[in-house]
Design a protein. Structure first.
Lengths: 284, 284
C-alpha cells in the first residue's frame, strides 16, 4: 500500500514499488505487468496515476508498452560469465566480441588477509587491483593476491587492457586450471561504489576464490566484485558434471561439502558409458 | 572521510564505514583491521573515537579483539550451497545436519512469465511458493513453476517440511538431473523483505533456472532468493568439468554463451584421453 503522508507524488510511489519488483526479479524480464485495473485496485489509486507510473517505467526502459497488448518487463542488457571455468573474464568476453578494457588501480607488495595467506601458503604476495570495463562502463573491481616468488618482474603496465591469466600462461608457464569459488551478494561500500560508479549499498555479485595451476599449486586468490545490474553468472548443472565433480575432484572438496554419496545406479552407469563413447568420438 | 555536519556521533560514523567494508568483503573474514593509529589518520579522529567504534563492531560480532594482537574480522555463520548440482537445498543441507524446514506460502494454477513458459513448453502450470528456514530463521524464498500435467494431485501439504525433488522422484518417477542456472545479486523488494525478515533494498542472492528430468524433459523453472548474509554459493572449477561442460553440453548452452571456441591443444587432448581411461576404470 502507498503512504499518503510520504510527500512524493502517488505515481512516483507506484513506479518505485513496481521498479523494485522488476529489479528484484519478482517480476522477471518477459513477464506481463498486472493490468491497469489490477494496479488501481492494488495501490488504491486512479487509472491516471497508474498510467503515469507505467509511462515513467517505460521511459526508463524497464517495461515495454505494446499497442492493444499487455505491457511486459524489458530484457536488460546483461553480460554473462560462466563461473565453472577457470577462464578469466577477459577471454570469455573477448570471444563474444565485447570490447573489454582493464585499468590497473595498483600493484604492490602486501600482506594478504588470512584466507588468501592460507590458500597461497605464503605471506610474500603481490596485491593487484584492477577495474574491468566493458564498452567503456565499469563492470567489475578485481583484487588479486599472487605469490610474489612465482611472478617475478610482474609490472602494472603489462596488465593494462590485458588478461592476467594469459600473461601467467605465456610468460610464466603457469596455466590456471582449477579451484574453489564462492559467490556472494554484498552491498557496495564507499570505495567500491566510487570505483564502479554506483550508489553505496547497491548489490554487487562477488566471486571469490583460489585458482591452482596445472600442477595443482596455488596461483592466485581473488575477490571480484561485479556490478549486479550488468553481470549474471551462468552455471551449467549436469549429471555428468555432477558425477565427475564429486568423484574426480574429491581431494579438493570444500570442508562443507556433503559426503557419503550413494553408489551410482545402473542408469547412471549406462549414461556414463554413453559419455565415454561420445568422448572417444570427439577425440579420435 | 567523515561528515562532521552529519549529526551522528563520530564513532558511529567510523563504525558504519568499517561495517560496510566488512559486509562488502572489502575487509574479508580473517583479515586484520587497520591499527588504531592508521584508523585515526584515515578518519581524522582521536584514539578514543576509534576505540569506541571498534568496541561497537566487536559487540555486534563483526570483529574479534585479542589481547596484545591485532583485531580481526570475524567469520560469520554461513550456509553453503553447491550450485552445480541438481540436488535441492533440502538434501544438501539435511546431509550436513542442518534442520531445514519448509513453509508453503501458496500452490495454485497460474500462468508463468514468458521465460518459464518457453522453458516448460506450456502455460498450464502450477505456481508453488515456499519459504525455506534453517534453524528456524528464513533462508530463502522459492517460487517454482511446474507443468501441471506432469504433477497431478500435487498438494501443498505434501511439501511442508519436505523436499520437492524427493517428492518428484518418489511419487512421479521424475528425477531432476540437469539444467541451466543463473546467479544474480538483487535488492529485496517489499514482499521479499517481509518474507525473509530483512530490510527493503538488502542484497539477495538469486538462483534462477530450469531443471530437466532424466529424459531431458523440462520439469521445473524456479527463482530462489537467498538471504545473502547467510548463504554462499560454492562452485567447483576443474579442468575436467570445464572440458565436459564445453564439449558434451553444447546442445544446451544458453544463448549468451561464447561460440567459436578454439581447437583444444594437444595437452587438452592428452588429458581428455586420461579422463576416458579413468572413466573406463571406474565403470568396468
Amino acid at each position: 500500500m502507498l503512504d499518503r503522508t510520504d510527500g512524493r507524488p502517488l505515481h512516483q510511489q507506484v513506479a518505485e514499488s513496481l521498479r523494485q519488483e522488476i529489479v528484484g526479479h519478482d517480476l522477471p524480464p518477459g513477464s506481463t505487468l498486472p493490468s491497469e485495473a489490477e494496479l488501481c485496485a492494488r495501490f488504491g489509486v486512479g487509472r491516471s496515476v497508474v498510467r503515469q507510473a507505467v509511462a515513467g517505467l517505460a521511459a526508463d526502459g524497464l517495461v515495454i508498452r505494446r499497442q492493444g497488448r499487455p505491457t511486459v518487463v524489458a530484457e536488460p542488457t546483461e553480460y554473462r560469465r560462466l563461473v565453472q571455468r577457470a577462464t578469466g573474464l577477459f577471454d570469455q568476453f573477448a570471444r563474444r566480441g565485447h570490447d573489454i578494457r582493464t585499468t590497473v588501480v595498483g600493484l604492490e607488495k602486501a600482506t594478504p588477509p588470512a584466507p588468501a595467506r592460507a590458500s597461497l601458503g605464503t605471506s610474500a604476495c603481490l596485491k593487484l587491483e584492477r577495474i574491468r570495463l566493458v564498452d567503456d562502463e565499469p563492470l567489475s573491481y578485481v583484487r588479486t593476491w599472487l605469490p610474489a616468488a612465482r611472478v617475478s618482474e610482474l609490472d602494472a603496465d603489462d596488465l593494462v587492457d590485458a588478461s592476467l591469466h594469459r600473461l601467467l600462461s605465456q610468460r610464466y608457464g603457469l596455466r590456471p586450471v582449477s579451484g574453489q569459488r564462492q559467490v556472494r551478494a554484498v552491498a557496495a561500500d564507499e570505495r567500491l561504489a566510487a570505483a564502479l560508479d554506483i550508489g553505496v549499498g547497491t548489490p554487487l555479485l562477488l566471486l571469490e576464490g583460489e585458482t591452482a595451476d596445472q600442477h595443482g599449486r596455488p596461483l592466485e586468490w581473488f575477490s571480484a566484485w561485479h556490478r549486479a545490474d550488468r553481470v549474471v553468472f551462468d552455471i551449467d548443472v549436469s549429471e555428468t558434471a555432477e558425477t565427475l565433480t564429486l568423484d574426480a575432484a574429491s581431494p579438493r572438496e570444500p570442508a562443507g561439502a556433503p559426503t557419503g554419496r550413494s553408489r551410482p545406479t545402473s542408469e547412471d552407469l549406462a549414461r556414463a558409458r554413453e559419455l565415454v563413447e561420445e568422448l572417444r568420438t570427439l577425440l579420435d
